[in-house]
Ligand binder design. Structure first.
Ligand code: GUN
Length: 297
């Protein structure tokens, strides 16, 4: 292993400390406590784990956490009515509807019913448009976490070649917009890209978000490149049991890259830390207060 390992767990802890410091000052100077409402519909086990973790970390940084757990058969009208109530609640600065929603609910309709200034996931169509046109927006948490780690390593990203693997609305597309905003030359590669290895070999920055275990081998990586692995894939171990791996083959890529995020312990912990940062940002904007430095795009 020649690459520096980017410790996402430690980085996320630093982000949470910064958020907690700002929250304490907001309370002391302005009597304001940021509040995050998380809505979970149904009993998807992975979603339950995420929501519990979000609630716990929200409280740990000194914010108010409001959890709304609804039955799997909740009607769209009832869900929209709850969102309307949260949109109009001044104690709630951020609203997150945990995805995936049960099949009978229209996710786009639900997400677009959130007040864009409270849309801490950055999934509302207005925020997508604002980000795409370089205007102030709420930015999706996972790409924001990746951007923070890249800025920390490189300082300026200007002029670097960045290849984003994957074109999802949650990671790939917003990641590409953020890198473009920092003046990278950006390529979005995907399953139909021709000569993918050659495309990736040109990258100073690789962000892999395709959901295919260990798809990117070390011989696709330019020596010294920074590799950000967003993938979280569970695979069978030869000796039995399972383990988590990323979209990048960590062992071979780590022998070539300049820096690499591990899985687990890389991008993963940054997502919730950035959710807290976004909630703080939304609270500052709602109260016309200065936004925290280093916690936004
Ligand atoms: N489910 C998995 N990841 C996410 C996320 O980032 N936001 C929401 N709302 N749901 C998710």
């Amino acid at each position: 292993m020649t690459a520096e390992i980017i410790d996402g767990k430690a980085f996320a802890a630093t982000v949470r400390e910064k958020v907690a410091g700002h929250v304490a000052r907001l309370k002391e100077k302005h009597g304001i406590t940021p509040g995050l409402a998380v809505v979970l519909v149904g009993e998807d086990p992975a979603s339950q784990v995420y929501v519990r973790s979000k609630g716990k970390q929200t409280v740990e940084v000194g914010m108010n956490s409001y959890e709304h757990k609804l039955d799997a058969d909740t009607s769209e009208a009832d869900l929209l009515s709850l969102i309307d109530q949260l949109n109009n609640d001044p104690a709630v600065h951020g609203i997150l509807v945990q995805l995936p929603l049960p099949d009978h609910l229209n996710s786009d309709l639900v997400i677009n019913s959130i007040d864009p200034v409270k849309d801490v996931d950055g999934f509302h169509i207005s925020n997508v448009g604002l980000l795409g046109t370089g205007q102030k927006s709420m930015v999706p948490c996972t790409p924001l976490g990746c951007l923070m780690m890249l800025r920390d390593r490189h300082g300026s990203l200007s002029g670097l070649n960045a290849v984003v693997l994957g074109r999802s609305n949650i990671v790939g597309k917003p990641m590409a917009q953020l890198l473009l905003g920092d003046s990278c030359t950006v390529t979005i590669a995907h399953s139909r890209t021709k000569d993918l290895p050659e495309v990736v070999r040109g990258a100073d920055i690789v962000v892999a978000a395709v959901g295919r275990p260990q798809m990117v081998p070390g011989d696709w990586i330019k020596p010294g490149a920074t590799v950000i692995d967003v993938g979280i894939n569970r695979i069978e171990k030869p000796e039995g049991g399972t383990r988590l791996v990323g979209d990048v083959d960590f062992a071979s890529a780590g022998a070539v890259a300049g820096a690499i995020t591990p899985v687990p312990g890389g991008v993963g912990p940054m997502t919730i830390a950035c959710l807290l940062a976004n909630t703080l940002t939304a609270c500052c904007r709602a109260n016309a207060l200065a936004e925290p430095d280093g916690l936004t795009a």
